[in-house]
Unconditional design. Structure first.
Length: 456
């Protein structure tokens, strides 16, 4: 009941192996004998980096999908009542090397895996399970699944899936790079000042964040290649498609900037999406009833809300989306009451998070106004010796004031208080502004924000 998977050793470049004991996996979720496994488990797969050929020793965890019968007592006890599946972290002993290996175990019922993920949603990772090599499949009692899927494949569902999944992965790459940039910028600013220099954000180092960001870019390419295979051949023919992009990304140490990697890979990413062999009118699936019943500005929030609650990155994205909605709805220091009512009607579970987002935006707005005014005054005072007195009669003309400030910022040394980094980061990602500024001192906050205002 154990399997061995060879993978690249990130230190030596050679091959190494890890072994997975399936009995230990099942024991970790409460199935302690073969009879329980036989009665309740419909399918068990190894997926993720070990299926794509991108696994690295000592770095990659094991991604497992366990499919249970719909009435399985174990599945019913493990999956929350308000969710369709559960994601569990488990550490399983390696029976050969005597070490623990990290496993990401996804638990779901047969109805969710087959009817929802594969037939309805055309989930590309779930579909890939039907094409795994035998050594990555512990069990699959329905040998007919693959043939049934291929005979019922609907192209618009595949396109809908990839138009959701590929952009999601690419944007998550930006998410990780932005956090890494903020961490690096903060460390550079505080280095040598005597202040504490944080080495991590939420337990992630800058190098780990960048590696994760690169992984997300390669995932985006893989999903597009999967879609092309399914649309052209009605089956998956190469699970390692896109592996060359991961190798190239991993070896590219030219920059830690998201802009560098976005400029390098987005044109190809967009071209591959645009070349999907379907008619344009087939690319949009019909909106569901819930989506049709709410204003369009809440559609992204609805999408995020429907994601599995166990994934931290999606939970963070909900908070960021609420912050953005609150920022847009802010008028003269208060949030538009209509938006608050909409949230309470359509997303009552998010009401506490919405209230928190509103208070954050109100505090941020007050602080920004104060620091912005102080920063502009400081900049103009600094310019006094070089400017004619008449130039300062600008209190009522903010456009001219910004131009004066902009000229001042352009005269600063490139590394001064990370002006350039702050401006570029805020222009490229509206979410990153608050994340970057949260790491700044009050003085840096005001001046960086003033730089952003001047540049835009």
């Amino acid at each position: 009941c154990d399997i061995s998977v060879f993978m690249e050793n990130k230190d030596t470049g050679g091959a190494t192996s890890q072994h997975l004991d399936w009995n230990a996996v099942f024991a970790s979720i409460g199935l302690h004998n073969q009879q329980e496994i036989d009665d309740q488990v419909v399918a068990a797969y190894v997926t993720g980096s070990r299926a794509w050929g991108t696994a690295e020793a000592e770095v990659s965890d094991w991604d497992l999908i366990l499919v249970f019968t719909d009435a399985s007592p174990s599945a019913l006890s493990l999956i929350p009542s308000d969710a369709s599946f559960a994601i569990l972290d488990r550490f399983i002993p390696d029976p050969i090397h005597g070490k623990n290996i990290e496993c990401n175990v996804e638990i779901m019922t047969q109805r969710w895996f087959w009817n929802e993920l594969i037939l309805d949603k055309a989930n590309l990772q779930a579909i890939s399970c039907l094409y795994l090599p035998p050594h990555l499949v512990y069990k699959q009692i329905h040998a007919e699944w693959r043939q049934q899927f291929e005979s019922s494949l609907q192209p618009w569902r595949i396109v809908r899936a990839v138009l959701w999944k590929a952009p999601s992965s690419f944007n998550r790459g930006r998410f990780y790079f932005r956090h890494a940039e903020a961490l690096i910028a903060n460390n550079e600013e505080r280095m040598g000042t005597g202040e504490d220099v944080p080495v991590e954000i939420r337990g992630w180092s800058a190098s780990l964040l960048i590696r994760r960001g690169k992984k997300m870019i390669s995932h985006a390419f893989r999903y597009i290649f999967f879609a092309h295979q399914l649309l052209q051949d009605r089956k998956l023919t190469n699970l390692s498609a896109g592996r060359e992009y991961w190798i190239e990304l991993k070896q590219d140490c030219s920059s830690t900037s998201w802009k560098y990697f976005e400029d390098k890979y987005r044109p190809l990413y967009k071209a591959l999406l645009d070349s999907l062999p379907v008619k344009p009118e087939d690319k949009v699936a019909p909106a569901d009833a819930v989506q049709q019943s709410i204003p369009e500005k809440y559609h992204r929030l609805l999408f995020l809300f429907r994601q599995p609650k166990q994934q931290d990155s999606y939970t963070s994205s909900i908070d960021l989306e609420l912050l953005e909605l609150a920022r847009v709805a802010m008028k003269e220091g208060t949030v538009d009451e209509q938006v608050t009512q909409d949230i309470s009607i359509h997303f009552p579970q998010l009401s506490p998070q919405w209230d928190h987002a509103c208070s954050q935006v109100q505090v941020l707005t007050t602080r920004v106004n104060e620091e912005y005014a102080a920063a502009m005054k400081s900049c103009l005072d600094t310019l006094a010796p070089q400017l004619a007195p008449a130039k300062f009669q600008l209190d009522t003309d903010e456009a001219k004031l910004r131009r004066v400030l902009s000229d001042y910022i352009k005269s600063l040394p490139p590394g001064s208080i990370a002006f350039g980094r702050a401006i570029v980061a805020m222009q490229k990602s509206r979410y990153n502004a608050s994340q970057y500024l949260a790491l700044c001192s009050p003085k840096e906050f005001g001046i960086a924000y003033a730089g952003f205002k001047a540049a835009t």
